[in-house]
Design a protein around this ligand. Sequence first.
Ligand code: AMP
Length: 286
Amino acid sequence: MNHFQKTQDLLSYIDRKDNSSESRGLVPTMGNLHQGHLSLIKKSLEENQETVVSIFVNKKQFNESNDFDSYPRTLQKDLELIKVLFEDYPDKKLIVFSPENQEEVFPKNYKTTISLGEFTQKLCGIDRPGHFDGVTTVIYRLFALIKPCRAYFGLKDYQQFIIIKKMVNDLLLPVKVVGLPTVRDHNGLALSSRNNRLSEREKIDALKLPKAIEGAKSFIQSNKMEELESYRLDLIQDKHWDYFEILDEENFQKPSNETKSFLIAGAYNLKNARLIDNQLVQIKKC
Ligand code: AMP
């Protein structure tokens, strides 16, 4: 396993002369790794000769400097977790790239922002203006530096996954974007680095998020659309919700009679963390 903290060292490795790797996978993360991240790394190790895991808390995607400053940074523990996982893949190569500061990724004279409009202004984009521009900009830059043929993302951040797929499509980037299922704890709460900030009481309140999604799912499956909307309106009386939406997955608009694939997505605010979760529900139409 190689670990680089400087972009120049990473580039020397990636562009080395004896680089015979046929395939390279990239798993971009902000660290404080849990089983959700590890499921992505595992998949990349299985599908590629070489895997790069990036660990970078990207300032551009944070709206509040407090949130950026308090984001958990646990590099040594993360390296240990990756090392243990990697023991099962003796024939593969693994590189961890954890830039030591923001300038390693965005040098002082860096100017370009990648912005997709439309999709970025819904759901998480409403209360976090500029967030997805920060995400697409850093992911584009990581793609350019690392040149992966596959990149792995969690479907927990479904809007992010769709936005990155769209960027790759629009800009003709030679990367396959792979989305993997959400890993949950035994109660159904989606694993997240932000869960560590929750008190015992908040961990119980946080379960309202997966439960609300399950509730909406059962209305969709039994085709009770009017009841679904009353359920949603009732739910969002609770001011902790940033949003709780049911959208047509294909266009991120309100569902119509034609909708076959529904995205149920919610963001729930607790004192110490804002949690997001979602589920796709497909229904058969004749
Ligand atoms: P983050 O470190 O939060 O930026 O997440 C890095 C990647 O891990 C993103 O593609 C996330 O969607 C993914 N991820 C985060 N939590 C989970 C989870 N519980 N299950 C699967 N993937 C996840």
